[in-house]
Design a protein around this ligand. Structure first.
Ligand SMILES: Cc1cc2nc3c(=O)[nH]c(=O)nc-3n(C[C@H](O)[C@H](O)[C@H](O)COP(=O)(O)O)c2cc1C
Length: 192
C-alpha cells in the first residue's frame, strides 16, 4: 500500500514562485541555505555525472554584476530599457543562486539528459526555498546567456552555461496566482 505524504502533496499542488520585485531582506544565511542547496542536488542524474554546480551571489556581488550588465549591455548595443531591466535583476536582489550547467565528458549519457538534470536542480532549489518559507523565483536574461558576461562577470569556464538564477528572499506581498494549466487538456491516457 502506498504511504501518502499529504503535506508534501499539498505543497506541490499549491506551490508558486514569488515575483522577485516582491522579495526583500532578510535573506537566508549561509547556514540556512545549505539544506536548500543539498536538497537541490538530490535530483535524478543519469550516470551520476553531477553536470551542475552553484554560485551563491551575495549583495556586494549582485551590485557588481548589475554594473557589469550595464557595461556589457552597452557594448552589445542593447536598448537602454532592456539593459536596465536586466541590470535591475541583480541590483534589486539581496541573494541569488546561479545554477551552472557543467559539461561532463561522457559518451554514454546524452547531453539533453544532463540539461534536464540541471533544470531539475533549478526547480528543486526553488521548491526547497519555498518549502523553507522563503519567497523565490527562477530568472534568466540576456546577460546570463551572453558568453562574454558568463565568462568575465560570472567566472564560468569554457562550456559552462547558466541553467537558471534562483532569487531567494523574504516575501512582502503575494500577488494573485497565475492561471494554471488545464490537466484534461494536457493528459493523454493510453489504456491499451
Ligand atoms: C528557464 C526559465 C527562465 C525564466 N526566466 C525568467 C525571467 O528572466 N524573468 C521572468 O520574469 N520570469 C522568468 N521565468 C518565469 C518565472 O520563473 C515565473 O515566475 C514562473 O513561470 C512562475 O511559475 P511558478 O509560480 O509555477 O513557479 C523563467 C522560467 C524558466 C523556467
Amino acid at each position: 500500500m502506498p504511504v501518502p505524504n499529504p503535506a508534501a502533496m499539498e505543497f506541490f499542488l499549491t506551490r508558486r514562485s514569488r515575483p522577485p520585485r516582491t522579495l526583500t531582506t532578510p535573506v537566508p544565511s549561509r547556514g540556512d541555505l545549505m539544506p536548500m542547496l543539498t536538497a537541490a542536488m538530490r535530483v535524478p542524474d543519469h550516470g551520476k555525472l553531477e553536470p551542475w554546480r552553484f554560485i551563491v551571489l551575495e549583495r556586494a556581488a549582485l551590485l557588481r554584476l548589475a554594473e557589469a550588465a550595464r557595461v556589457r549591455g552597452a557594448e552589445m548595443g542593447i536598448e537602454p530599457e532592456r539593459i536596465e531591466k536586466g541590470a535591475a535583476q541583480f541590483a534589486d536582489a539581496h541573494l541569488a543562486v546561479v545554477v551552472v550547467k557543467v559539461p561532463r565528458d561522457t559518451g554514454k549519457v546524452p547531453e539533453i539528459e544532463q540539461v534536464l538534470s540541471a533544470g531539475a536542480v533549478c526547480l528543486s532549489l526553488l521548491n526547497a526555498a519555498l518549502a523553507s518559507g522563503w519567497g523565490a523565483a527562477w530568472l534568466s536574461g540576456w546577460h546570463v546567456h551572453d558568453p562574454d558576461f558568463r565568462t568575465r562577470a560570472l567566472g564560468l569556464a569554457e562550456g559552462e552555461w547558466v541553467a537558471g538564477v534562483i532569487h531567494i528572499g523574504t516575501e512582502t506581498s503575494a500577488p494573485p496566482d497565475r492561471p494554471r494549466p488545464d490537466p484534461d487538456a494536457l493528459i493523454q491516457w493510453v489504456a491499451a
